[in-house]
Design a protein around this ligand. Structure first.
Ligand SMILES: *[C@@H]1O[C@H](CO)[C@@H](O)[C@H](O)[C@H]1NC(C)=O
Ligand SMILES: *[C@@H]1O[C@H](CO)[C@@H](O)[C@H](O)[C@H]1NC(C)=O
Ligand SMILES: *[C@@H]1O[C@H](CO)[C@@H](O)[C@H](O)[C@H]1NC(C)=O
Ligand SMILES: *[C@@H]1O[C@H](CO)[C@@H](O)[C@H](O)[C@H]1NC(C)=O
Ligand SMILES: *[C@@H]1O[C@H](CO)[C@@H](O)[C@H](O)[C@H]1NC(C)=O
Ligand SMILES: *[C@@H]1O[C@H](CO)[C@@H](O)[C@H](O)[C@H]1NC(C)=O
Ligand SMILES: [Zn+2]
Length: 466
């Protein structure tokens, strides 16, 4: 190979291995402009990590989740939590603090239980899945059919009639395995199943069911559906493989009530020069009705508040408006954020950058970003300001369902990259409590969020679109 080709191959290899994007150079004017933010970035970092705001976002979140606990859409408790946030952000000196009304699904779990009657008496831990119907009065008593995939279910369709279908689908990753939670009930109903129990979509388990939304899509009977712990799914698999007959008694009082009023929670620091132009940071305030919703997504919501709070505490006012939006009813399928998009999309040309943190607020490593290669170059330069806290990585592809509508329409989008390997240990389970959160990690995340949002909001030009 000629040397030049060798160099190219080496570069391609390195960018693959190290995640180095090969980006167009940033014009020196912009590079200098961004370098000029070094001291303000240091001030933000210092305030959040070492100064007066140390532990602040953690302490605020702890008080919030200890006061309200979990916050499911449709509940009075979520509305009380939103009222509290409006007061707290107002008292913190933020501007234009208000709720924006949206209609949200109102699913209520009710009492639920599952008893294994054969081969021995055993209490199975279950959690109904969001939007599931309940069981008829007296519950459902039926034999179980254990399968490991939809393919296996289809090939054994003749055995499924009248049975409770148990899926022990294993864990590939969340994106892949969640299909069983989403569509397990419909697929079970299509082959005559009377209910479905899904192995929790979790990367680790200490006998914890992990709930989540499910979708009745087809023109099929709506059958009750719940998740079970990984350990129980594996036990059922072993029993079935030995040919043991499994009989279950499932009781669920779950109900779907009429849609209810809720609110997206909005707060701002008005831009000094282009108040109509917006850099948006966000997380969702609602949670499942289990645990405390501290990780999913109390952390993301509170670092978004904290980003504005740090800027306000430093007495800074960027050129453009910084807006924090704490979405409602994310868990029921991005319900609040979609209605926000519908209401505000006529102003899309004024949206500079949209960010969401909803995959953990563990130790941050940088930003995951979707945008044109020119926008990436600029963001990569902005992130170099976060080198003092080792969070300057620019990764591809923002992970933010709630801001995805804007990103699809060409607005640059970011999400918080963090060391979230343990995220799905706790996700949607009783284990999602304040004990998962760490004050120093939240200070670092808040600094990443604040520096990125502030600098982009204050630069002379908006980021280029894709
Ligand atoms: C960082 O914050 C600490 C504590 O508030 C302060 O003593 C120190 O002077 C600050 N350092 C810089 C470089 O601003
Ligand atoms: C923040 O919390 C740590 C313990 O996690 C503690 O050592 C430190 O003193 C706290 N800082 C402030 C300003 O309260
Ligand atoms: C839905 O099911 C009903 C009765 O089971 C049938 O009459 C109808 O054609 C189906 N609709 C569709 C869209 O499949
Ligand atoms: C299970 O729940 C039903 C209500 O859905 C209740 O009537 C029944 O007593 C419960 N059974 C057990 C064993 O807890
Ligand atoms: C669109 O932006 C204009 C100018 O800032 C503002 O007056 C208007 O309320 C915005 N509309 C929506 C739907 O947000
Ligand atoms: C900096 O972060 C990277 C991950 O982004 C990590 O691999 C490395 O160990 C960190 N370095 C320090 C000094 O913490
Ligand atoms: Zn979430």
């Amino acid at each position: 190979m000629p040397v030049a080709m060798l160099m190219l191959a080496l570069l391609a290899y390195l960018s693959g291995v190290l995640g180095l994007p090969s980006l167009p150079p940033v014009p020196s004017r912009i590079r200098d402009e961004i370098a000029g933010y070094k001291s303000v970035a240091d001030d933000i970092i210092n305030l959040s990590v070492h100064g007066k705001a140390q532990n602040q976002s953690y302490n605020r979140l702890a008080e919030f989740v200890d006061t309200f606990g979990s916050r499911i859409a449709g509940s009075q408790n979520l509305e009380n939590a939103i009222d509290y946030m409006l007061k707290a952000m107002e008292a913190d000196g933020l501007e234009n603090v208000h709720g924006e009304e949206v209609m949200v699904p109102h699913w209520v779990r009710g009492r639920e239980n599952c008893t294994m009657l054969e081969p021995r008496l055993y209490k199975v831990s279950i959690m109904g899945l969001g939007s599931s119907v309940g069981t008829p009065f007296g519950g459902i008593k039926a034999e179980a059919l254990v399968v490991h995939s939809f393919d296996e279910l289809h090939s054994r369709a003749s055995e499924a009639k009248g049975k409770i279908i148990i899926y022990d689908q294993g864990y590939v990753n969340y994106g892949v395995s969640v299909a069983y939670r989403d569509y397990g009930a419909d697929e079970a109903a299509k082959v005559g199943g009377v209910a479905s129990l899904i192995r929790s979509v979790a990367s680790f388990s200490i006998h914890s069911p992990h709930t989540g939304w499910q979708d009745y899509k087809g023109n099929t009977t709506k059958v009750p559906t719940a998740c079970i712990a990984v350990e129980d799914a594996e036990m059922f698999s072993r029993m079935a493989a030995r040919g043991t007959k499994i009989v279950l008694h499932l009781n669920m009082e779950a109900r779907n009530l009429p849609d209810a009023k809720s609110r997206n929670t909005v707060a701002e620091i008005k831009g000094r020069e282009h108040p109509e132009q917006v850099v948006l940071v966000s997380g969702h305030l609602d949670s499942w009705d289990v645990g405390q919703g501290a990780m999913d997504d109390g952390g993301g919501a509170f670092i978004s508040w904290q980003a504005l709070s740090l800027i306000r505490q430093l007495g800074l006012r960027p050129r453009r408006t910084l807006r924090a939006v704490l979405w409602t009813a994310e868990e029921e399928g991005l319900v609040g954020s979609y209605q926000y998009y519908q209401k505000h999309k006529s102003n899309i040309s004024n949206y500079d950058l949209v960010m969401e943190s909803d995959i953990g607020t563990f130790t941050p490593t940088g930003i995951m970003f979707t945008g044109s290669s020119n926008a990436k170059s600029i963001m990569s330069e902005v992130l170099s300001l976060l080198k003092p806290i080792n969070a300057s990585q620019l990764l591809d592809h923002a992970e933010g369902g709630d801001v995805s509508f804007w990103i699809s329409d060409g607005v640059p989008g970011g999400s918080l990259a963090n060391q979230n390997e343990r995220y799905f240990w706790f996700h949607h389970s009783d284990g999602d409590t304040m004990s998962v959160q760490d004050p120093r990690a939240m200070d670092l995340c808040s600094a990443v969020w604040a520096v990125t949002a502030y600098v982009v909001a204050d630069m002379e030009d908006m980021l280029p679109r894709h």
